[in-house]
Ligand binder design. Structure first.
Ligand SMILES: *Cc1c(COP(=O)(O)O)cnc(C)c1O
Length: 386
């Protein structure tokens, strides 16, 4: 089976991890701050907070922004459930903004219409989570302008987008948001096995997230309620979690980061090859914004169902049967039973539903070979013609 995504682990990665295993620190040592610094420098953010997953990063990002009971978080229905669940962890409520049918990202025009309505109803969101689906950045300038007008905070879910650029600048630099979150799950662009990072330019947000990732505990006398009792002393000044990244993970991340730009470049080469190989098929190829550089985590095609005899499901199953490990990103979050119980109906977000009925993610990862890609294209061609 050619999977839809997979990690690339080199001998240098192995040696980096083994080196840490033989060192003094398996956790809370020097590798994590080094990794944070490297990612922050690369993307142009002031600070990075490494955690054990992007899900944890989204949770502490929401908490640091003060999201709580009575508040609303809005996101796209076409995302992984974690982009929405982070609000529920905080006791807040979730709503969605339908996608743009060309980019598959949260639609800024739909956002503006929904904000106007929400203002009349007194239900404006406190936090918006735009998701850079497939690595393609959202229209952040438009979203940021709306955030100034309507007073909401922005967490970019850039789980798909590390190494990508928006208007010539790296995603994660925080020009148009408060916090940006990356994921290092093995299917993503670089990996630490499990892991994530929250980027911010705000010292205050970084401080809050640092506390929340480690039990709400500080060792800094400046943040304590009184002078330390002695050299052993720490204080728990908030309720936090254990969301820490290990030294092994950070060492792997540091090693992977040295290949980030070449990984994204390989993905672009592969995408251009797919574009050429698949040009004549009854499918819509992924649209690329001329003014941005996608991280290209995913290569999603949409079937033109009126031009083929098979159903979406039949195409998907035929590809899997022939060893092409296609996938579907994503099942619209609002249609998940947990969300339907909150009152959402599938038809609430028609563009998301229409996308879900046609989308297929083809294999896309840095070590996918041209031979494998030719096979994907040949099988897809055959499946769509038959
Ligand atoms: C993978 C992913 C997450 C969650 O990442 P983890 O590191 O697995 O917690 C969140 N949002 C999106 C869009 C993702 O693709």
């Amino acid at each position: 089976m050619i999977p839809y995504g997979r990690q690339d682990i080199t001998q240098a990665d192995v040696e980096a991890v083994v080196g840490v295993l033989q060192s003094d620190f398996l956790t809370q040592g020097p590798q994590v701050p080094k990794f944070e610094q490297m990612v922050a420098n690369h993307v142009g953010a002031k600070q990075g907070l490494a955690v054990n997953s992007a899900t944890s990063a989204l949770h502490i990002a929401c908490m640091a922004l003060g999201l709580g009971p009575g508040d609303w978080l809005w996101t796209s229905p076409i995302t992984f459930v974690a982009s929405a669940n982070c609000a529920l962890y905080c006791g807040a409520q979730v709503d969605f903004v339908d996608i743009d049918p060309t980019t598959y990202n949260l639609c800024p025009q739909a956002l503006e219409r929904k904000l106007q309505l929400a203002q009349q109803l007194g239900k404006l969101p406190k936090v918006l989570v735009p998701v850079h689906l497939c690595g393609q950045p959202c229209d952040m300038a438009a979203i940021h302008a709306l955030s100034l007008q309507y007073g909401f905070k922005i967490i970019e879910d850039a789980s798909h987008a590390i190494g990508g650029r928006y208007q010539a600048e790296f995603i994660g630099n925080g020009r148009f948001s408060d916090i940006t979150v990356f994921s290092f799950h093995p299917v993503k662009i670089i990996t630490t096995a499990e892991g994530g990072m929250a980027m911010t330019n705000s010292d205050e947000l970084a401080h809050k997230m640092a506390l929340l990732r480690s039990h709400g505990i500080t060792r800094d006398p400046a943040h304590m309620t009184h002078e330390p009792d002695g050299p052993w002393y720490y204080q728990q000044i908030d309720l936090g979690y254990n969301y820490r990244m290990t030294e092994l993970q950070a060492a792997l991340g540091l090693s992977q980061m040295t290949r980030l730009d070449s990984y994204v470049a390989s993905r672009h080469t592969l995408a251009r090859r797919y574009d050429a190989l698949l040009a004549d098929l009854p499918i819509t190829l992924p649209w690329q914004h001329p003014d941005s550089y996608s991280g290209l985590h995913l290569y999603v095609v949409r079937l033109k169902l009126d031009q083929i005899t098979k159903t979406h499901r039949e195409v998907f199953e035929a590809l899997r049967e022939q060893g092409i490990g296609v996938n579907l990103h994503y099942i619209p979050v609002h249609t998940q039973p947990h969300y339907q119980r909150m009152g959402f109906k599938p038809a609430d977000f028609p563009e998301a539903q229409s996308y879900y009925a046609q989308a297929i993610s083809l294999p896309m990862y840095q070590t996918l070979t041209e031979e494998q890609q030719d096979r994907v294209a040949a099988v897809l061609k055959e499946v769509l013609r038959a």
